[in-house]
Write a protein that binds this ligand. Structure first.
Ligand SMILES: Cc1ncc(COP(=O)(O)O)c(C=O)c1O
Length: 429
């Protein structure tokens, strides 16, 4: 039975040439993982770990990061578990693997993510997406009813701005700082943040031009005025070092499908411990109750209520319903990979590649809208002839993001190398 399930998967994967190579690697040995970097900073096996690197040049990681071979294998084994074992019964004789999949490593994942941003596991909740995380914060603060203002900026993610525009239409005072030459100037925040500001919301690394926001300076302004800081960290987490405490971030959220090398529909929300349940109240509820009356129990306890429940503690109070187990097991693989390599090394790997692009792209007519010396893996350029650029990229089998009419976003990750960025410049020159 188990092998039937795997064969079926493989047959559908075999439809494309690339899939054939991935499928054969996936199928070769179910038990052993591909060679993973064991020493911090070692990215020598990254191209082998990410089979997407064998199918042309992929530098669209800011849209969706491919998963590693190890993660793909875990997904396949999880599918196998669901198809063949699918049990959570404790009295059943469970294999070690079935036990792992039954709890989906959720506790370990919260710990690993917490370590990545310098938070306690109790400060981390699972949620569905980055945008959901920000909504949990805004709703939990009762931002509308507080009668204060929210300060954000035009490099905050578009869907988040939508969130505040809708609230503005409902009466919230929303102040949107505009970027200056694609950078955020803390002095512009100083002008609009005041004693009535409840929340300053920003994106730590911009999806538009990769700008690493001066969050510490902005957070200091917020703090002086008694406001809290929310950071959208989806384009930062896993790519640049984050220390929420040192950066003055009170709340943060990110999905796992970008620099955390995972899936859609599985995300994290960080809420500073002392603000849980007080500044940010849960607005949706889900948990468990106990019954203390017949026929639920034979001998009810007279000292207890008929229906009892224990309030959830920590950031789990913001979780409602079951979260994606496959999302969690994939994260266990990916976060271990990121931890083994180290975010510093991941950032250091991207730096010469982005520096090269910053140097060479303007020479061929692609002006940069990313500040020089910016330390994120994303650089964005103005495209002189978008149709022609698209044609050349297709011909050279290079994938980057072309959008907003005249912008090209290049997002490099662990599996990219100098040849990749040179190939881009050559294709466009
Ligand atoms: C900066 C930023 N924030 C949020 C999102 C959307 O995230 P989610 O789908 O997790 O809500 C994206 C997606 O591209 C993004 O780039």
């Amino acid at each position: 039975m188990k092998f039937d399930a795997i064969k079926f998967d493989r047959r559908s994967l075999l439809k494309s040439g690339l899939a054939a190579s991935v499928a054969s690697q996936l199928a070769c040995d179910k038990g052993t993982e591909a060679a993973a970097p064991l020493t911090p900073g070692d990215l020598s096996s990254a191209r082998a770990d990410f089979p997407r690197s064998t199918n042309g040049v992929y530098m669209n990681h800011a849209s969706q990061h491919p998963v590693s071979l190890q993660t793909a294998r875990v997904m396949q084994r999880y599918a196998d578990y669901l198809a063949n074992d699918c049990t959570r019964a404790e009295w059943y004789e469970l294999s070690e693997e079935a036990k792992t999949f039954a709890n989906a490593r959720k506790n370990e994942v919260k710990q690993l993510f917490g370590k990545l941003i310098n938070a306690k596991p109790e400060e981390v909740a699972f949620c569905l997406s980055t945008t959901v995380g920000e909504n949990i914060v805004a709703n939990g603060m009762g931002i509308q009813e507080l009668r204060g203002n929210v300060v954000t900026n035009d490099l905050h993610y578009s869907s988040c701005l939508y969130n505040y525009k809708v609230r503005q239409a409902q009466g919230l005072d929303v102040r949107i700082v505009k970027h200056k030459d694609w950078q955020l100037d803390p002095a512009d925040f100083e002008k609009v943040v005041d004693g009535n500001t409840k929340l300053v919301a920003l994106t730590l690394v911009s999806n538009v031009n990769g700008l690493l926001a001066p969050v510490k300076e902005i957070a200091e302004i917020a703090d002086r005025n008694g406001a809290y800081v929310y950071a959208d960290i989806i384009q930062a987490c896993g790519a640049v070092p984050i220390d929420v405490k040192a950066m003055g971030i009170d709340f943060a959220s990110c999905s796992t499908y970008k620099w955390l090398m995972g899936l859609r529909g599985f995300a994290y929300l960080y809420v500073r411990e002392d603000l849980q349940g007080t500044v940010v109240k849960p607005t949706e509820f889900g948990g468990g109750v106990g019954f203390n009356y017949r026929p639920w129990v034979e001998t009810p306890d007279p000292t207890k209520d008929e229906i009892t429940y224990n309030s959830k503690t920590g950031a789990s109070r913001y979780e409602v319903g079951n979260v994606s187990s496959v999302g969690a097991v994939c994260q266990y693989e990916a976060l271990n990979f990121i931890e083994r390599v180290g975010v510093d090394a991941i950032q250091a790997h991207a730096t010469p590649l982005t520096d090269y692009l910053q140097e060479e792209m303007p020479k061929i007519g692609y002006a940069s809208i990313t500040p020089k010396g910016n330390r994120s893996p994303i650089t964005t350029f103005r495209v002189p002839d978008p149709k022609e650029a698209e044609r050349r990229l297709k011909q050279a089998n290079i994938e980057v993001t072309l959008r907003f009419g005249n912008q090209m976003r290049v997002a490099v990750s662990v599996m990219n190398n100098q040849q990749d960025v040179e190939a881009l410049v050559k294709a466009l020159a």
